[in-house]
Design a protein around this ligand. Structure first.
Ligand SMILES: [Zn+2]
Ligand SMILES: [Zn+2]
Length: 179
């Protein structure tokens, strides 16, 4: 492996990490903000059919990655490595969020231990709150400890203890809050 290959691989990996930070930020401040909720709201309610308005965000990201691939192809391999990072992040998001959590495709696997379980439960708690405010856990690959999220929810007074537990156990792959 040449030093350049190593550089591009590292750049791709760093991009994947930074994409999670960016996705966390965008999910918290754009999608749950006044400006972006219009598209994201559909992901917090039960929708019929295959698609939801929220998927438009994925289309925008994909469009950006494709543009970067084209520019990178002509101008610089560095941009190509970044485009690969964004694309691989999208793939991981698709597996973790759409697959593991929401079981959007035949992915009937519910993890019962380890980090995968924490990831699923943290995202269930994200969906446990009604509306765009007071939600917790905005990352898609990083999940804070469940006990911390429960504490945050209790302290904000937004959900009573019983409903928090019910969300963890019964939320399943649903999008709408457990009532
Ligand atoms: Zn959300
Ligand atoms: Zn979700």
């Amino acid at each position: 492996m040449t030093i350049w290959t190593l550089y591009y691989v590292c750049l791709t990996l760093v991009t994947i990490g930074l994409m999670e930070v960016y996705a966390w930020w965008a999910h918290k401040f754009i999608m749950h903000g006044k400006f972006g909720w219009g598209w994201h709201k559909s992901h917090h309610e039960e929708t019929e059919g295959w698609f939801e308005k929220n998927d438009l965000y994925a289309v925008v990201f994909a469009g950006f990655a494709i543009a970067l691939f084209m520019v990178g192809h002509f101008l610089s391999p560095t941009l190509l490595a970044i485009a690969w990072g964004i694309t691989l992040y999208g793939l991981l998001y698709f597996v973790a969020h759409d697959g593991l959590v929401h079981q959007r495709w035949p992915f009937n696997y519910v993890p019962h231990r380890g980090y995968a379980k924490r990831l699923v439960q943290a995202h269930r708690l994200h969906h446990a709150v009604e509306g765009r405010e007071h939600c917790v856990s905005f990352g898609f690959l990083y999940a804070p400890p469940i006990e911390k999220l429960k504490r945050d929810l209790r302290e904000s007074g937004i959900l009573e203890r019983e409903r928090i537990e019910r969300s963890l156990d019964q939320q399943g792959s649903a999008h709408a809050p457990v009532r």
